[in-house]
Ligand binder design. Structure first.
Ligand code: GLN
Length: 539
């Protein structure tokens, strides 16, 4: 088996420079050159996974097929590469310590003092090499979360140092992502913060092989020379990453800068010819040249932070390109929606999406938005909590069960149309205990969902504790809303729709996690199409 090559991506100067996008872009280029590539994210926080984090803290929690609750960067990896990720692709400090402590309790280190070096670093190195050892990948790109110099990152940086030494020069390398700030008063780009962050890395015994420089202005040849000299890298390994209008431009920008070439030379990867980016470029062309525009309302309670609904926003980009339409997503705070202002707030939208979520805050606004979409015949997509809200709205306003609710929001409701799943009743721990990951769902022949997917069985990813209460199924169906998708193992309603409405679908799962550039999700594609039809008809 050929030696797997390891690329480590570290960050300097500030956070939020987009290490995930750089890692995904490089992976895309290597993949397009014929290399089987995957990406891994190491997060330095102590939560075992981000599932217990509020979206305001860390953005969306992304879910993989195998049911891992992970960092949102894994979403970028899948969207760029169109290859599923798994639990192995995201590891946190909490998970590392948890497994070392479990081993210690079992007696795996009997007689020894368990320490950061070697026990924690060994566990980190093991997790990094696990993907390579699977034999599925030629290249593993490992993104180290945080910024060099952070206390929390130290064991990771030390593990990288050890691995660089163990794997050897030809098999491992470091890309350091840094910021070149522009001082408008001086009219200059400044290299000093980068010099310092490279020095910090060196204090830990790591020399960066490549500098990827985030900048708002073109970096001159002179500055490239200066960075090369002071930071001890070759000049062609100083890569400019200038602000882009879309993240999907970044692979092409990195190709232009020669990032893939520098990496291949360093790791002695055979040049199998120029990367094949035909499909990628076709997508970009459509994305940048829309023939029409639709306005879709995203009703959620975390709308202040764009990252909270990352996968949904990206799914609209994929679906928009597929339809050659610009999707203008209007974020609307569900807490601000009341009986009186709904028509004015939602007027002019061509589609309404009610977002996933947890807890009571903002749900009445979501229910009002569903009602408006249903009554005004505006295309509607409800995801997870959004689907549950659609069922509650129907029960209240069509079946007349005015106090219908979810037991999550109102444990005393006389009509719990959404209730706790049987398997959840004994669950006491919050972390990693929801119904997670891919589950199969049978679609009802002839339903809208069936038409959209074009197949009768699908598998979609989940993250929930509550479900449609089958006690109400017959009554709800007799009033017009149908269950068009069901998990046959436990009879769980996965999809609801209202056939007399032009396009009204609620899904218990999260289609947004599976939309990629190469495979835009059919539900989003059809939703955007329906929004376009609605726009044309309402003119
Ligand atoms: N809070 C709901 C549940 O747990 C919905 C979850 C979600 O939207 N992801 O069932």
């Amino acid at each position: 088996m050929p030696q797997t090559k390891y690329i480590f991506v570290t960050g300097g100067v500030t956070s939020s420079l987009g290490k995930g996008i750089i890692a995904a872009s490089l992976a895309k280029l290597l993949q397009a050159r014929g290399y089987r590539t995957t990406i891994q994210k190491l997060d330095p926080y102590i939560n075992v996974d981000p599932g217990t984090l509020n979206p305001y803290e860390h953005g969306e929690c992304y879910v993989t097929d195998d049911g891992a609750e992970t960092d949102l960067d894994l979403g970028h990896y899948e969207r760029f590469l169109n290859v599923p990720t798994s639990q192995a692709n995201n590891v946190t400090t909490g998970r590392i310590y948890q497994s070392v402590i479990e081993k210690e309790r079992k007696g795996a280190f009997l007689g020894k003092t368990v320490q950061v070096i070697p026990h924690i670093t060994n566990e980190i190195k093991h997790r990094i090499q696990l993907l390579g050892q699977s034999g599925d990948f030629d290249v593993v790109i490992t993104e180290i979360g945080g910024t060099v110099g952070d206390i929390e990152s130290l064991p990771y940086i030390e593990s990288v140092r050890q691995l660089l030494w163990e794997l050897g020069d030809d098999n491992a390398m470091v890309i350091h992502l840094t910021l070149i700030p522009y001082l408008s008063a001086a009219g200059e780009l400044k290299t000093k913060p980068t010099q310092h962050s490279v020095k910090t890395l060196m204090e830990s015994g790591i020399k960066a092989d490549v500098l990827v420089c985030r900048t708002e202005h073109e970096i001159s040849d002179e500055i490239r020379g200066k960075l090369a000299l002071f930071c001890n890298v070759r000049k062609q390994a100083v890569i400019q990453s200038i602000d882009a209008s879309t993240i999907y431009d970044v692979p092409l920008m990195m190709q232009k800068e020669g990032l893939d070439q520098v990496v291949m030379q360093k790791l002695h990867l055979e040049d199998k010819g120029a990367p094949d980016l035909t499909q990628w470029s076709a997508f970009l062309k459509k994305h940048k040249n829309p023939k029409d525009e639709v306005r879709i309302g995203l009703i959620g309670k975390y709308v202040e932070l764009q990252d909270s609904y990352k996968s949904i926003l990206e799914s609209f980009i994929h679906a928009g390109a597929q339809n050659e339409v610009k999707v203008k997503v209007i974020s609307i705070h569900s807490e601000h929606l009341t009986v009186d202002n709904v028509p004015e707030q939602l007027e002019g939208l061509h589609g309404i999406l009610v977002a996933p979520g947890f807890g009571e805050r903002g749900i009445e606004g979501k229910i009002k938005a569903v009602q408006y979409a249903r009554e005004q015949k505006i295309p509607f997509l409800g995801i997870c909590l959004g689907m549950q809200m659609a069922v509650i709205e129907y029960a209240r306003n069509v079946l007349g069960l005015t106090q219908a609710n979810s037991l999550e929001m109102d444990p005393k409701t006389p009509d719990p149309v959404i209730h706790l799943m049987e398997g959840q009743k004994k669950v006491t721990q919050k972390g990693g205990t929801m119904r997670l990951g891919a589950w199969s769902c049978d679609l009802k022949p002839g339903s809208l969902a069936h038409k959209i997917y074009g197949v009768s069985q699908i598998a979609e990813r989940h993250r929930h504790r509550f479900e449609f209460n089958n006690k109400y199924l017959a009554d709800i169906q007799s009033h017009g809303m149908i269950a068009s998708g069901t998990n046959t193992e436990n009879n769980l309603v996965e999809v609801v729709e209202v056939p007399e409405h032009p396009w009204f679908i609620g899904v218990q799962y999260h289609p947004e996690y599976k939309s990629t550039v190469a495979n835009p999700h059919p539900l989003f594609v059809a939703f955007v199409q329906a929004a376009l039809v609605h726009k044309k008809q309402s003119k």
